[in-house]
Design a protein around this ligand. Structure first.
Ligand code: 6GU
Length: 259
């Protein structure tokens, strides 16, 4: 299996036989990594079996091994998206590899548009459920995975102990790459979505199928179409990540210290 091959390469290249936790740092989250800790080893993703080159800018494209307290953790800097032409199996390969490398807990982070009234730009939100609107799945065959409490309630409680101002919301995952129309955002709100983005749902499904616990955090980098009168830009997404980096980094570090 490709995930096992990648896990072996991760162990060899980092010198760490098992990483207990993995963190996927999405758009807007790259700078938060510096707050988590100094890597003991780093491997470029394209040098690991089955990994591609993520589109994430800045420090993307690396796998860092860090130790927080007693916990060896893998930081996956960037991810592959369906909108880049990748298949679901490619999109979930890094988390599958991390789980094969020992991760029992996976932290999934992303940038999202805020749909729910009251959400503020720059605010991290805990994902408490999702709508998989990609039309895709990473699973094949008769893999009937239970997704009740897929977004681990205990891990969410832990995150709220660290940052009591955190709220929770439902994340709608679409393929993109275009942002939604105002009409689509009204539809998503009616469907129960609080947040919208282009990642994370397939990884969460794969993690549950592989038995890992999942914590998800969206950074609201902009309000979704029609929520305010404005237009949407990717530059906004990156700028908000920069501004929020210290808070996001502290939150991730706090979680890693306590799991
Ligand atoms: Cl408004 N939509 C989607 N699909 N992804 C986003 C976003 C919006 N804002 C950040 N990422």
């Amino acid at each position: 299996m490709l995930a096992e091959q990648a896990a072996e390469a991760i162990a060899e290249r980092t010198g760490v036989p098992r990483h207990r936790v993995a963190v996927v740092l999405g758009s807007g989250w790259q700078e938060a990594a510096a707050e988590i800790g100094t890597p003991v080893a780093s491997v470029p993703m394209p040098e690991l079996p089955g990994f591609g080159t993520p589109s994430a800018q800045g420090h993307g494209g690396m796998v860092h091994s860090v130790t927080v307290g007693d916990t060896p953790a893998l930081l996956l800097m960037g991810r592959q998206h369906l909108y880049e032409g990748y298949q679901p199996a490619d999109v979930v390969h890094p988390v599958a590899a991390a789980i094969a490398a020992g991760a029992e807990i996976v932290l999934l982070t992303n940038a999202a548009g805020g749909i729910r009234e009251g959400l503020r730009v720059g605010e991290p939100v805990l994902i408490n459920d999702h709508l998989n609107l990609t039309g895709r799945t990473p699973l094949t065959g008769a893999t009937f995975v239970d997704l009740v409490d897929a977004w681990d309630p205990e891990l969410r409680s832990l995150a709220k102990e660290i940052d009591p101002s955190l709220t929770e919301g439902v994340y709608a995952g679409l393929t993109g790459p275009q942002y939604e129309t105002p009409a689509e955002i009204r539809m998503l709100r009616t469907m129960g979505a609080d947040l919208v983005g282009m990642s994370t749902v397939l990884e969460a499904i794969a993690c549950r199928a592989l038995g890992a616990r999942v914590l998800g955090i969206s950074l609201v980098t902009n309000l979704a179409a029609g929520v305010t009168g404005g237009h949407l830009s990717h530059a906004e997404v990156l700028a908000e990540g920069h501004a929020a980096a210290p808070r996001l980094g502290k939150l991730l570090r706090g979680v890693l210290e306590r799991v």
